[in-house]
Write a protein of this length. Structure first.
Lengths: 269, 556
């Protein structure tokens, strides 16, 4: 008995969706996560990876099937069927991508909000009126409530071809970034010469460091360890070598490092 | 190419233009000669750009910077990008096929402005020569094809200025071409031929030319300002003099994002010509295809800031550009589904032209999916300026445009030369290119996600193996050029004669001799009202049926 093609299509569609979801859940293409917003990022990645896999495998399957099923055999000399269009079908495949794209857009907006990306909106307005405008990407808190959130401020200077980290609270100057796990950190970044970019893959964060335009980046590290800081913007011949390390430490270990290196009296911190 | 002149062309009076092989080196005003000049010239630059890509992949075989000096590496990557975009893809998908095909498609004997057309082509070789010799004379530019200040202001000035001059010449060439295409498509149509009867490539070229004319002048103006900053020490983009470096990025991407569509829209048009012929079916959804091209043109102009999500853009801007960018997927998706529907139920000849077109579909769908992902700000913030982006745009411009260029060469070579290419060599070329390409750029997605930035000569040793796989793919792609070159040269001399219309195609360029005479038709230009009138009606469809049109189009 012939199985109706609608049922076959339905089954293929279900297999495709389930397969895509399995791929999204089980294939991990990202490095380990080490900041509060990294797991949020990974959620978005999973959704995008799932949708992408379903679409790609589906279209690839359709294409390969067509090429095999409708290939010209040796004894065929005629043309195919003269179908010039099908309006309902075209409306369908206009609507489906539109809905998917809209869903992805709204979802990623929500993700971006949870990562703190929308925070500088208010901050921008306030700072715009004052002398200096600070630009930021991901920012889990504005400067005004930094003290309240016990945020650790660090000044970052990027230059050809190194990052310099300055801890204003302890007057520490370091080539490595030491941060305590679980405490929000705000980087105030400035470039001396050309554009650089501060990127920590394990934090899923990147922010350009722009000469003449201070930028700001906030994050909360979670997982102790040593992670690379990578310059991601072409900045000259040694761009590939412009790397540093962020050391995420347990709060006690970090306190010890801080106190050992602080050049002002410990009691003030 | 060949020199065949059909009997009709031989005229007793002395000709104003050279007629033999010399015409390909002359200031010819024949659109077909100019088209082939663009194609061959572009391909030579493609080989040079490919050589540079090979140098990059060789450097990246090991995590140390050991193959070339670091500043040379930056010069090489700058030249690779500039050559591939401005000297290969843009001139070939627009200039080469546009010049060759558009006058046929509108039923004209030449382009609207033949001399401007020749000027546009002859700007390219000096510009390319200038760019390449700058490496030997002064040292080439080393700030990437994006030339972001302040890096472009602080790197050696001579190379950067030559780079700017070269890109200005190429931009001028592109604008001349764009004006010419718009005028030809809108004003030189054969009487009786309506806009909605034009082959799809005309619509693609109309949309592309609008983008060229609207956005290229912005790039030219930006580069002139940048050159002032370099030579005259003005402060437009120099932060130490109060300039703003991010303004440059806005201006640059206002051209350079549409540039992506300048590279892929014509490719979309070419695929729309190739698929119906080899699938023996009408192009599915002609009208929606036209509207989606125009939608892509419009959206393409308002998405530029998605290249700058990490450089400090206000949140509202990020939101706007995310949504606008992601929505380009809708008209693009329509086109891809329409192509799949064109194949569905066809009588598909699995020849090199069709295989390259299908390779394009596969690669571009993957590049499009990663493109929608990259449009999402939070996603982009992690992978911006990494190998993920390198993989994404190579899937678009190589997997997309370059695959279509090869498909088009296989499809129109019989028209260009009057001879057929060898199919087996063509399929070998396809297999090597497709495997090599995916081996080279597929793994780069992972590299980017895991922490390898782009434009680096040295990298974290944990990425060594994946980089070596990628380099092996690049080697395969280099090898894949050999059967193509052999095929094209050998077939031009000794390929089997193609006849006028080997594919039984209906578009007007096939309704004349191969190669076509000067001024395209000996008599009046044919009026083709149904360029995609293939196929048999559903009710008459029979496995052994021959369509009447097949018989009709076998001659002229």
């Amino acid at each position: 008995m012939q199985i109706p093609s609608t049922i076959i299509t339905l089954v293929i569609g279900m297999v495709l969706v389930l397969g895509g979801m399995w791929v999204g859940q089980n294939i991990n293409l990202l490095p380990i996560d080490a900041s509060v917003n990294a797991p949020i990022y990974d959620e978005l990645f999973q959704v995008l990876f799932t949708i992408g896999t379903i679409l790609f495998v589906g279209i690839l399957g359709l294409l390969v099937f067509s090429l095999i099923r409708f290939r010209r055999r040796a004894d065929q000399i005629g043309d195919g069927v003269a179908i010039e269009g099908n309006l309902p079908l075209e409306i369908f495949w206009t609507a489906v991508p539109a809905v998917v794209v809209l869903f992805v857009g709204l979802y990623s907006y929500d993700i971006y909000d949870r990562m703190g990306g929308m925070v500088p909106l208010a901050h921008d307005h306030m700072a715009g009126a004052s002398e200096e405008r600070v630009w930021g990407g991901i920012s889990s808190g504005s400067i005004a409530n930094e003290a309240a959130a016990n945020t650790l401020p660090i000044d970052v200077t990027a230059m050809q071809f190194a990052f310099l980290f300055h801890y204003p609270q302890g007057e520490i100057l370091s080539g490595e970034l030491h941060v305590p796990a679980g405490r929000p950190v705000t980087l105030h970044m400035e470039a001396k010469d050309v554009i650089h970019a501060f990127w920590v893959p394990e934090f899923r964060l990147k922010q350009d460091v722009i000469p003449g335009q201070p930028t700001q980046l906030s994050f909360t590290p979670t997982r102790p360890g040593r992670y690379p800081i990578v310059c991601a913007e072409l900045c000259g011949p040694y761009h590939g070598g412009m790397r540093s390390t962020v050391v995420v430490e347990e709060p006690e270990a970090w306190d010890e490092w801080f106190n050992n290196n602080s050049t002002i009296d410990v009691s003030t911190t | 190419m060949t020199v065949a002149t059909s009997p009709q062309v031989v005229a007793p009076k002395p000709r104003l233009q050279p007629t033999g092989w010399l015409r390909y080196f002359s200031f010819s005003v024949d659109h077909k000669v100019i088209g082939l000049q663009y194609l061959v010239c572009g391909f030579i630059f493609y080989l040079i750009g490919g050589l540079l890509a090979g140098a990059i992949r060789t450097e990246l075989v090991s995590p140390m910077s050991d193959f070339m000096a670091r500043d040379v590496y930056n010069q090489v990557l700058t030249m690779h990008g500039t050559i591939m975009i401005f000297l290969w893809i843009v001139p070939v998908v627009n200039g080469a096929f546009g010049n060759y095909l558009i006058p046929f498609y509108v039923g004209a004997r030449d382009m609207a402005f033949p001399r401007l057309n020749a000027v546009a082509f002859w700007l390219i070789p000096p510009a390319g020569l200038l760019l390449i010799t700058s490496y030997f004379l002064t040292g080439a530019a080393q700030s990437g094809w994006t030339a972001y200040p302040p890096l472009s202001i602080t790197t050696p000035a001579a190379g950067q200025i030559v780079w700017i001059l070269s890109v200005l010449l190429l931009g001028g060439s592109s604008i001349f071409g764009g004006i010419n295409f718009i005028a030809t498509i809108l004003k030189l149509r054969r009487p009786g031929l309506k806009l909605m009867q034009l082959p799809m490539y005309c619509w693609a070229m109309l949309g592309t030319s609008l983008l060229v004319v609207l956005s290229t002048p912005v790039l030219a103006g930006t580069l002139v300002l940048l050159s002032f900053d370099i030579i005259a020490h003005t402060g437009f983009f120099n932060p130490t003099l109060g300039g703003n470096v991010v303004v440059y990025q806005h201006l640059f991407w206002f051209y350079s994002h549409p540039a992506v569509y300048i590279m892929v829209l014509p490719a979309f048009g070419l695929v729309s010509e190739i698929l119906p012929v080899h699938a023996r079916k009408p192009l599915f959804g002609y009208t929606t295809m036209v509207y989606s091209i125009m939608a892509i043109v419009f959206l393409g102009l308002i998405v530029w800031a998605h290249h700058m999500f990490t450089s400090g853009t206000p949140p509202w801007m990020r939101l706007f550009f995310t949504i606008a960018t992601a929505f380009i997927a809708v008209p693009t998706g329509i086109k891809f589904f329409n192509w799949l529907a064109t194949l569905w139920g066809g009588r598909i000849s699995l020849n090199s032209a069709l295989l390259f077109s299908c390779g394009f579909i596969v690669n571009f769908v993957l590049g499009g999916i990663t493109g929608v992902a990259l449009a999402q700000v939070p996603f982009d913030i992690h992978v911006h300026d990494t190998y993920f982006v390198v993989a994404h745009f190579h899937y678009i411009v190589f997997g997309g445009s370059v695959f279509v260029i090869f498909a088009s060469v296989y499809h129109w070579y019989p028209k260009f030369t009057g001879r057929m290419l060898n199919e087996n060599l063509g399929r070998l070329h396809f297999a090597l290119t497709f495997i090599g390409f995916n081996l080279c750029f597929g793994p780069q997605h992972w590299l980017g996600l895991n922490g390898m930035p782009r434009r680096v000569a040295e990298y974290d040793p944990q990425f060594t193996l994946i980089n070596q796989i990628s380099s092996a793919g690049a080697l395969l792609m280099a090898i894949s050029t050999l059967p193509f070159l052999w095929n094209v040269i050998q077939s031009a001399i000794a390929g089997p004669p193609a006849g006028d219309n080997p594919w039984n195609a209906l578009t007007p360029e096939w309704l004349t001799s191969s190669p076509p005479p000067v001024e395209n038709w000996t008599g009046e230009a044919p009026l083709v009202e149904e360029p995609y009138g293939y196929g048999v009606p559903v009710e008459d469809f029979d496995l052994t049926a021959i369509s009447g049109r097949d018989l009709w189009s076998s001659g002229k």
